[in-house]
Design a protein around this ligand. Structure first.
Ligand code: MG
Length: 231
């Protein structure tokens, strides 16, 4: 194996269990704001609709057709709209509470802390994450993860989103690293692996669901534990 010195991690879905944490936060919102009274049958129906609307808006945010504020409010506006609810005040409260509750959630991907402890002894670790500065740092703090990373690059601060190769170039330079001694670990084929590949950086595809892909990543794992064998 090539001699790596710097390991760059994705955060959501790779270390921080985005799926589980978002579901818990949305379930809390459902009960805090009595959404069943407004005719939404169950938290799971609310969550399903929210996920779809959120994903559409994140894609638009990535290609620059909506801004941060619009993304944040419209994901709830569109979710409520799906159920025929128009309520500006409720949209405001859902956004406010989601941003407050979700980053405090502490479900991590299995073996995240163990592997960071292990890798941190031999490599310099960094984060490159698509997300808002305040939100991503809250997650790292609430989960005591900040201590493992030298550089934490958020797309908001960098002004560039993955998969744009510029964010990888920016991050490698910020970390005072070189591409040929750096590797990127992420769970999204489209955003992480293609992004790093285009930037000329080796990649580890974290693929717990073992999805099929046409092109191979440099390495592929289905559990973080496997990193111990790789590094
Ligand atoms: Mg991810």
């Amino acid at each position: 194996m090539k001699k790596y010195r710097h390991i760059f991690f994705d955060l959501d879905g790779t270390l921080w269990d985005f799926q589980k944490n978002a579901e818990e936060a949305l379930t809390e919102l459902f009960s805090i704001h009595d959404l069943h009274v407004l005719g939404i049958e169950s938290p799971s129906i609310f969550i399903d609709v929210y996920k779809k609307k959120n994903e559409v808006l994140w894609k638009k945010y990535r290609n620059g057709t909506v801004d941060k504020m619009k993304l944040r409010t419209q994901r709830f506006e569109h979710t409520l709209g799906h159920f025929g609810i128009t309520n500006e005040e409720l949209v405001f409260k859902l956004d406010r509470d989601y941003i407050k509750i979700s980053p405090m959630k502490t479900n991590l991907i299995d073996y995240a802390v163990e592997i960071l402890t292990y890798l941190n002894k031999k490599y310099t670790l960094h984060i490159i994450t698509n997300g808002f500065q305040e939100v991503q740092f809250s997650k790292l703090l609430a989960n005591h993860l900040l201590q493992y990373f030298k550089q934490v690059i958020t797309s908001e601060k960098a002004g560039i989103q993955k998969p744009d190769k510029k964010i990888f170039e920016y991050s490698v330079s910020k970390a005072r690293a070189e591409f040929d001694e750096s590797i990127y670990i992420g769970d999204s084929w489209e955003v992480d692996i293609m992004g790093a590949k285009n930037a000329g950086m080796d990649q580890v595809y974290f693929n717990p669901e073992k999805k099929k892909n046409i092109i191979d990543a440099t390495y592929e794992i289905s559990s973080l534990r496997e990193l111990e064998k790789l590094f």
